[in-house]
Design a protein around this ligand. Structure first.
Ligand SMILES: [Zn+2]
Ligand SMILES: [Zn+2]
Length: 272
């Protein structure tokens, strides 16, 4: 698991951006990515007591971010806590003291910009001007500067903490890992992912009349025909002709047919 200091990463990025040398843009992107990773892991730390350490330590940034999205709703409101002494109950004297500011960063912001920074790291292959054209570089530079200024208030926010109060647990059918998801997130997305990065099985979830949750594997399994490893594919991506690669031995397979299971919809419901 990454363990960076978000402040130093941001400072190094800032310093690199003062250089006119376009090569330093790549290094600035890298530092900002580390900074975002540090924010992600710091936020995830709150949830570490719900996740076995052995699993937690194996999470790569992309999976960590996915889990964070599963554990907390995408907060987008900044708030500042002020207190004031009262001359009589309910009448503040007006001498407000700022207790702290919380600059909530949208997880979707982290996700989008983390990936964007990643794209700035890659040298364009097959392009004579490998680092990009002057115009492209200047657009990238502006974008990286924007991210830096948007990240700054976030890393300086001093109220941290969230709880997984409305957590819903489910047992992964693929690997038996006990996983969890925030109920609000579940209501919003209807989806959950196994917390084990090695497994990563996806589920669709629906709430029943009693407030319980039903999880259905949104993936279908295919045994590799070469090494016999079980691979999972999201059902919505599966079709005749779809190719997939075994994630252990790399053997490429093509789907040539399938069998659908079905049930009567009306048989589930009680007639009244
Ligand atoms: Zn699993
Ligand atoms: Zn295989």
């Amino acid at each position: 698991m990454a363990n960076y200091d978000k402040w130093s990463c941001l400072e190094r990025a800032r310093k690199l951006l003062t250089s006119a040398d376009d090569d330093s843009l790549r290094y600035a992107s890298l530092e900002l990515r580390f900074c975002i990773e540090a924010i992600i892991y710091e936020k995830l730390d709150t949830y570490s007591r719900y996740v076995p350490a052995a699993l937690f330590e194996k999470w790569q940034p992309n999976h960590a971010l996915k889990m964070l999205l599963q554990f907390e709703p995408d907060a987008d409101e900044d708030f500042t806590l002020y207190v004031s002494p009262e001359s009589e109950p309910g009448k503040p004297t007006g001498n407000w003291t700022c207790l702290g500011q919380h600059n909530a960063v949208k997880l979707s912001w982290l996700n989008k910009n983390y990936n964007k920074l990643g794209s700035y790291l890659h040298v364009k292959l097959g392009n004579k001007n490998k680092g990009g054209t002057t115009e492209e570089l200047s657009v990238n530079r502006k974008d990286i500067e924007r991210m830096l200024s948007e990240l700054e208030p976030v890393i300086n926010s001093d109220i941290v903490g969230a709880t997984l109060a409305t957590r819903v647990q489910f047992k992964c059918q693929a690997c038996q890992q006990l996983s969890l998801v925030n109920a609000d997130v579940l209501r919003k997305t209807g989806r959950a992912t196994c917390i084990s990065q090695q497994c990563g099985a996806e589920y669709t979830a629906s709430e029943d009349a009693e407030g319980g949750w039903q999880f259905k594997l949104a993936m279908t399994s295919f045994k590799c025909l070469k090494c016999e490893k079980i691979n999972f594919l999201e059902i919505r991506h599966v079709d005749i002709g779809t190719k997939f690669r075994c994630n252990r031995c790399g053997e490429v397979h093509r789907i040539v047919g399938g069998q659908w299971n079905y049930e009567r919809v009306t048989a589930d419901r009680k007639t009244s």
